[in-house]
Design a protein around this ligand. Structure first.
Ligand SMILES: Cc1ncc(COP(=O)(O)O)c(C=O)c1O
Length: 373
């Protein structure tokens, strides 16, 4: 008898679990007659600003726009260089190029965060005006050394928190270290809408005001563009759904951590490496990414057992056709990135993953991991 397939991620399960609350929130917006910005978006922004501890939040259409707007809000544009990692969603680099700036890619450290050593080498040569550390897979970058470099060299820091809603370092929430924090609210994220969404958080009141203008044609006053902007408004239906989901984020992150603990135990005594934890980091496991020498073989063997996995990402940005040979790479190279690419595999990870499915995955890992060795 074939067992039911376990998906790698399941945003539909997140909806079904809170269907009544979400349906009521959507119905409220539909009945309100207000379908662009307005009180739902403002209520989500207030809730998110309070949750982030930063004071200001601006709802936007998606995470890519959040990064683009943050760059624009910090006056990064043509002629400027922005440093980030190559192992990230392509959106991080796309946003840099969308504002007309040039990206320089630096390596990851052993925890998949932007490597401060690689950054320092890139600073000398490329003099970036901004740096985008990406808190990949749910774990904070080494923000201490990165902010120390920012203080010394005067570049802006835009934290890409798209995979790290609620992650922390030394008890401090990610997004609170740099100048501005950008979040994707894509459905599979730790805080996910049921469609596209994004949010920018900052402690800088003037920047927040400017970002609100930039997301809507540069309007500070309706129909009057004080500067050129774009249309990147958070949809109020999504804002209402996100208000529901934000209230459950801490619970959902705790469930992800519990799933990660089961995977850790299953991989114990196998040749498969569990994700390394940065000391002092509060990991929120957007993804649980293992390392296996025969990654593709393991992926196929898990698939044969009905267990879905994904690779985040099949290619680093510098390996992708649109960027290869064109995007700048820092002088320290991308050694750890290149080594990671063929080995990384993301296991099923979503708060609604059921006990029976988890047990099946754990048993398969323990069995297949022995074969790996
Ligand atoms: C690290 C990172 N940055 C940016 C983005 C872009 O977000 P979006 O897909 O909402 O535009 C994503 C999500 O896909 C992401 O994971």
């Amino acid at each position: 008898m074939t067992q039911p397939a376990i998906p790698q991620t399941d945003p539909g399960a997140a909806y079904r679990e809170r269907k009544d609350e979400i349906d009521a929130a959507v119905a409220r917006v539909l009945a309100s007659g207000r379908y662009i910005l307005g009180p739902e978006v403002e209520a989500f922004e207030s809730a998110f600003a309070a949750w982030s501890g930063l004071g200001y939040a601006v709802g936007v259409a998606n995470g890519t726009d959040a990064l683009e707007l943050a760059l624009r809000g910090l006056d990064i544009g043509p002629g400027d260089v922005v440093a980030t990692v190559s192992l990230t969603a392509v959106a991080t680099v796309a946003a840099i190029e969308l504002v007309g700036a040039r990206a320089v890619l630096v390596d990851i450290d052993p925890f998949y965060g932007l490597d401060p050593g690689g950054l320092e080498a890139a600073i000398r040569l490329h003099k970036p005006k901004a740096v985008i550390p990406v808190h990949l897979y749910g774990q904070a970058c080494a923000m201490g050394p990165i902010m120390e470099l920012a203080g010394r060299h005067g570049f802006k820091v835009i934290e890409d928190c798209s995979q790290a809603h609620g992650a922390s370092l030394a008890g401090r929430r990610v997004g609170s270290f740099g100048d501005v924090a950008c979040y994707s609210l894509y459905p599979t994220k730790n805080l996910g809408a049921l469609g596209d969404g994004g949010v920018i958080a900052t402690g800088d009141a003037a920047l927040a005001t400017r970002l609100k203008a930039l997301r809507e044609y540069g309007w500070r006053e309706r129909y009057i563009s004080a500067e050129t902007g774009m249309n990147s408004r958070l949809d109020p239906i999504q804002a209402a759904i996100l208000r529901v989901k934000l209230a459950h984020l801490a619970t959902d992150n705790a469930r992800r951590a519990a799933i990660a603990a089961v995977y850790d135990r299953a991989l114990n005594e196998t040749a498969i490496a569990p994700p390394r934890r940065r000391p002092g980091a509060g990991h929120v496991f957007h993804q649980y990414v293992l390392r296996a020498r025969d990654r593709d073989g393991l992926k196929a063997a898990l698939a044969a057992r009905g267990i879905g996995t994904l690779v985040h990402y099949p290619q680093a940005v510098h390996q992708q056709p649109a960027y290869r040979g064109r995007v700048a790479v820092g002088p320290a190279g991308l050694g750890l990135t290149d080594k990671a690419m063929p080995e990384i595999l993301s296991l099923p990870m979503y708060p609604q993953l059921e006990e029976a499915a988890l047990t099946r995955i754990a048993a398969a890992l323990a069995e297949l991991g022995k074969e790996e060795s």
